[in-house]
Design a protein around this ligand. Sequence first.
Ligand SMILES: NC(=O)c1ccc[n+]([C@@H]2O[C@H](COP(=O)([O-])OP(=O)(O)OC[C@H]3O[C@@H](n4cnc5c(N)ncnc54)[C@H](OP(=O)(O)O)[C@@H]3O)[C@@H](O)[C@H]2O)c1
Length: 261
Amino acid sequence: MNLDLNDKKVFISGSTKGIGFETAKLFLDEGSTVIINGRTKEGVESALKKLNNKNVSGISADFLDNAQIDELIKKIPDDIDIIVNNVGIFRGKDFYSEKIKDWQDHFEVNLMSGVKLSKHFLPNMLKKNWGRILFISSECSSLVPGDLLSYSVSKASVSVFSSGLAKLTKGSNVTVNTIVPGSTLSEGSKVFLEQTAKRENKTIDQVEKQFFEDVRDSSLISRFLSVTEVANTILYFSSPIASGTNGASIRVDGGSMGSII
Ligand SMILES: NC(=O)c1ccc[n+]([C@@H]2O[C@H](COP(=O)([O-])OP(=O)(O)OC[C@H]3O[C@@H](n4cnc5c(N)ncnc54)[C@H](OP(=O)(O)O)[C@@H]3O)[C@@H](O)[C@H]2O)c1
C-alpha cells in the first residue's frame, strides 16, 4: 500500500519518546519531512540523533508554558500538512491526592496543546484545501480508572473537541480524526512495569499478565500494544488515502473498549 506521504510536512507534539517518536520514525521512512518536539533542547537533540535523518528537525517547547507555545507556533511552517497532537501527561494520583493544579496541567497539555495548534494551523489547511489533524486520546476516556480521573476526563475532552473541530472542515479535503490507543508499551509504561516488578519482587512478564487479568481484563489481545501498532494507525489516518474518514474516533485498543462502533 502506498501511503503517499513522501511530500508531506509533519509536526508531532511530544515526540522525543514513545508513540510520538515511533510515529516520527515511520513518517521519515515514508519520505515525509518531520518536526519533533519535547520539553528540553537536550531531549530533542538526543531524539534527533537517534532518528539520524536529514528530513527531521526539532523544536523544544513545554506545552505547560504559553510563551514557549507561541515561539513553537512561529517556528512551525505555516503550510504544515499534518499535525499529530500526541503530547500527553498522566500523573496517576487518586482523586483525593490530586491537586487542582494537576487537573489544570492535564487539561493544558492533553487538550489545550491541540486547541492552540488547531486555532493557528487549521485555517491555513482549509485555505490550501488539504490537511490532516490527528488527536491521540486514550481508552481511559471511556474506561475511566478511578485513579486516573483528570487524565481520563482530559482525554474524553480531546475526543469531543476533535469531533467538533472536524465539522469546520465540511466540504474540504482537510480531515480531523482521533486515534484512541489502549495500554501501549511506551517508555512511560516500561518504567511502570519495571518499578512494579521490583516493588512486588516479580518478573516484568508476571506484572504484565497480572495487569491484563486485574486492571485491563476487557482487553481482547491481553497484552500491551507496541508503539509501532499505534504509530501505523496514526500514519494511515494521516495519509491522503484515508480521505474517506473524517470526524472519527479510531480505536487501536486491542478490543478493550468493547464498543460496536
Ligand atoms: N502509553 C500508553 O499506554 C498510552 C495509552 C493511551 C494513550 N496514550 C497517549 O499517547 C500519547 C503518547 O503517550 P506515550 O506513552 O508514548 O508518552 P511517553 O512515552 O510518556 O512520551 C511523552 C512524550 O511527550 C513529551 N512531553 C511530555 N510532557 C511534555 C510537555 N509538557 N511539553 C512538550 N512535550 C512533552 C515527552 O518529551 P520530553 O520528556 O523530552 O519532554 C515525550 O516525548 C499521549 O497523549 C498519551 O496520553 C498512551
